[in-house]
Ligand binder design. Structure first.
Ligand code: SAM
Length: 266
């Protein structure tokens, strides 16, 4: 496990500078939960990148980056522990946050990190991308992030969705189940992420969905991992998508993005 290799004490300085931890080593409950999430997320990223040649820089995109805690940890791990070149592009439409992070990264000499105050949809770059990742990007930002992965032909796309205000669930068959809020939220998350997975599979990605961290640290702990790889399609993903979407009257924004911009994906 990475966490053993890292040795958490080694991370205390980093956590203090990025304000996940106070100077007297106090970590608030909220920050403790965030730390567990970002360490678990880094484990997944590293399991995808550990075999990538060390001769070339890794290229990663964090979309809906917010305070960029995850990206600081990822950068620190690769640059200072693995000693390998890395570039991380952080995108968030909150200009103030991106400026704060620009200043912070400069103070830490994390020169391979850059910050873009823009909508995820408007971000553009050239060249190969290893991973596009998002952690709790709000609502349709999750779809935009996955689409950015498709658009940049990222080798790996990782996404953990958050609130999904623009989606609702309609089902006569499950009426008695989704009447209960807790079940409605769970069903909505399962169906929306399954639909996103089917869209990714149609685009040639191999998809896995799993809990990336214990639900003790967040209820929003479901990760979609999509890898661009050759695999034999034994399932009619298009037909499954249509059936599921019709059954529950649900269309994630990713469907619209792919349909509107199909030419950009060729
Ligand atoms: C809940 S925060 C998560 C931040 C960070 N990934 C984390 O886990 O701490 C979601 C972030 O997504 C950003 N965001 C939401 N929609 C966006 C969009 N369409 N384009 C860029 N950023 C967006 C928000 O400004 C916010 O900082």
């Amino acid at each position: 496990m990475l966490v053993n290799k890292i040795n958490r004490e080694e991370l205390y300085d980093l956590f203090q500078v990025v304000k996940l931890q106070s100077r007297n080593a106090f970590i608030s409950k909220d920050n403790e939960v965030k730390i567990e999430q970002i360490i678990a997320y880094l484990e997944i990223i590293h399991s995808e990148l550990r075999r990538v040649s060390k001769k070339r820089p890794l290229v990663l995109i964090d979309s809906g980056a917010g305070n960029c805690y995850l990206s600081y940890l990822v950068y620190y791990f690769y640059r200072h522990i693995e000693n390998r070149p890395i570039q991380i592009f952080c995108i968030d439409n909150n200009e103030r946050l991106m400026q704060l992070n620009r200043d912070l990264a400069k103070r830490m000499n994390f020169e391979g990190m850059s910050f873009y105050a823009s909508d995820i949809e408007d971000f553009a770059m050239d060249g190969p991308v290893d991973v596009v990742y998002s952690l709790h990007a709000c609502d349709t930002a999750t779809d935009k992030s996955i689409y950015l992965g498709l658009r940049t032909k990222a080798k790996v796309i990782l996404s953990v969705s958050c609130c999904q205000h623009s989606l609702s669930l309609k089902s006569q068959k499950l009426k008695a189940v989704i009447r209960h809020k807790a079940f409605r939220d769970k069903a909505l998350m399962m169906i929306s992420d399954s639909l996103r997975a089917l869209l990714l599979e149609q685009m040639g990605y191999k998809v896995g969905i799993f809990d990336f961290v214990s639900s003790r640290y967040t209820e929003k702990n479901t990760m979609i991992r999509a890898k661009r790889t050759e695999f034999k399609k034994q399932i009619d993903f298009e037909q499954e998508y249509r059936q599921l979407s019709d059954e529950f009257g649900m269309q994630p924004f990713l469907e619209t993005l792919i349909a509107e911009k199909k030419n950009h994906l060729k």
